[in-house]
Ligand binder design. Structure first.
Ligand SMILES: *Cc1c(COP(=O)(O)O)cnc(C)c1O
Length: 419
């Protein structure tokens, strides 16, 4: 589907010229396409079939307006904090579809999750497992748990987003997990539901994912032989998308990989997809403030920065930059940079752009890990978020004001003695 496309040289999102959105809401501004979000969820859920629950990984984009769309479509949710739990519940998500991952769940978060009646806690250490058991016992409940195993496979992605290698902080090593399942099976406050695993993000080659699923399956078989009958296998997320010229796996490729690895295992499957559902459904609109020539090196200074979209600064990630008004021919190669006082503050490097001051640009593929990773660094108010659907647009988060930022701080009285 071609959600963002040119019509008569104007960049559109669905049936709306993005120029109109920029004029209405100002820049920088995040814009998401409802049709794109729906289409992606539908494609994955159709390819994976009825036996698989597709959970949306909330951390990719946790706006209530986005969560509501996934809730309406019947998605489950993968959360990593109590804050995300609250968001899903407020957006009308069903607690009984939530899986809770993360290495550092606090007692308060565990209690909230058990109180809400979530589907499963994906446990990342022995210490966490026993804490969950204690809290559940105290609440007079049985905690639904899966152990998140670390299959020790290299996902072939950026090292910051590889999570299934034995040196990463995530998951429990396979041999420890085996032992822990046998112990946990004896505990009256624990209900062993499944096995979970998530090896990393932006996976373009699914071979490591198939390998990890194979290891999860072997553990499942082994536990079954010990009389521990689990009810689901959670294979995590991480399916990659096209940012530049990558060839990402299709939903059908993904389904095939899981089918191959899990042949003959009849239990329900869970997947936790974030980027693959939201990444290409959003853009960040920005305006060119200045062009600058530092003696041979060209810069295009825009009004969005690393605090709005961190991925280029954090991972050296590529985002396509498209002018809202399609230009004829290209200009010189420029770095597209923001106003933040860091040399790492860039959105793109060495891009041929025929841009001039006042032009509007779209930073593409910004629907996942865009706004969600934004900050107020340099006291910059975070941009608004707008949801479009056909010819309609709707504000789903207003632009922050300086007052919003200052409202949490105390202004200490002056310590200067009066003259
Ligand atoms: C981040 C994360 C996901 C989602 O990853 P994507 O690459 O966005 O699909 C899924 N599961 C867990 C445990 C995660 O931490």
């Amino acid at each position: 589907m071609n959600t963002f496309h040119y019509r008569d040289h104007a960049l559109y999102g669905e049936d709306l010229p993005l120029q109109e959105i920029a004029a209405h809401y100002g820049t920088p501004c995040y814009v998401y396409s409802e049709a794109a979000l729906r289409e992606r969820y539908h494609s994955f859920s159709a390819a994976l079939g009825d036996n698989t629950r597709v959970c949306y990984a909330v951390k990719a984009n946790s706006n209530l307006g986005i969560l509501r769309i996934f809730a309406e479509m019947g998605a489950g949710f993968d959360i990593v904090s109590g804050g995300e739990l609250e968001r899903v519940l407020r957006a009308g998500g069903d607690a009984g579809t939530i899986v809770f991952s993360g290495v550092g769940k606090s007692s308060v978060e565990i209690r909230a999750a058990l109180g809400a009646g979530i589907f499963c806690l994906n446990v990342e250490s022995a210490a966490e497992l026993w804490r969950i058991a204690d809290i559940a016992a105290d609440m007079g409940k049985r905690a639904p748990v899966a152990l998140r195993v670390n299959p020790d496979v290299d996902p072939g992605t950026h090292r910051y987003i590889a999570t299934g290698l034995k040196e990463s902080k995530f998951g429990i090593p396979m041999d420890q997990a085996r032992h822990l399942y046998l112990q946990a099976a004896q505990h009256p406050a624990l209900e062993l539901k499944g096995i979970a695993c998530h090896i990393g993000s932006q996976l373009l080659d699914l071979t490591p994912l198939g390998e990890a699923a194979g290891r999860v399956r072997a553990l499942y078989d082994e536990l079954a032989a010990h009389g521990i009958a689990l009810q689901h296998l959670d294979l995590g997320g991480g399916v990659g998308i096209r940012y530049h010229d990558e060839i990402p796996p299709s939903p059908a490729d993904y389904a095939w990989t899981l089918d191959q690895a899990l042949q003959g295992v009849a239990v329900r499957r869970v997947v936790e997809l974030g980027r693959a559902l939201a990444g290409n459904a959003g853009v960040l609109l920005t305006k060119v403030e200045y062009l600058k020539d530092n003696g041979g090196k060209q810069f295009c200074v825009v009004d969005a920065a690393m605090n709005d979209l961190l991925r280029p600064a954090l991972y050296g990630a590529w985002h396509d930059i498209l002018p809202l008004h399609q230009s004829v021919g290209t200009g010189p190669a420029m770095d597209v940079v923001g106003p933040v006082c860091e040399s790492g503050d860039f959105l793109a490097r060495d891009r041929p752009l025929a841009a001039k001051a006042g032009d509007l640009l779209a930073v593409m593929s910004a629907g996942a890990y865009g706004f969600a990773m934004s900050s107020n660094y340099n006291s910059r108010p975070r941009p608004p978020e707008v949801l479009i659907s056909g010819h309609q647009h709707r504000l789903i988060r207003r632009r922050e004001t300086l007052a919003d930022q200052l409202s949490l701080e105390e202004n200490p009285p002056s310590r200067k003695s009066p003259l």
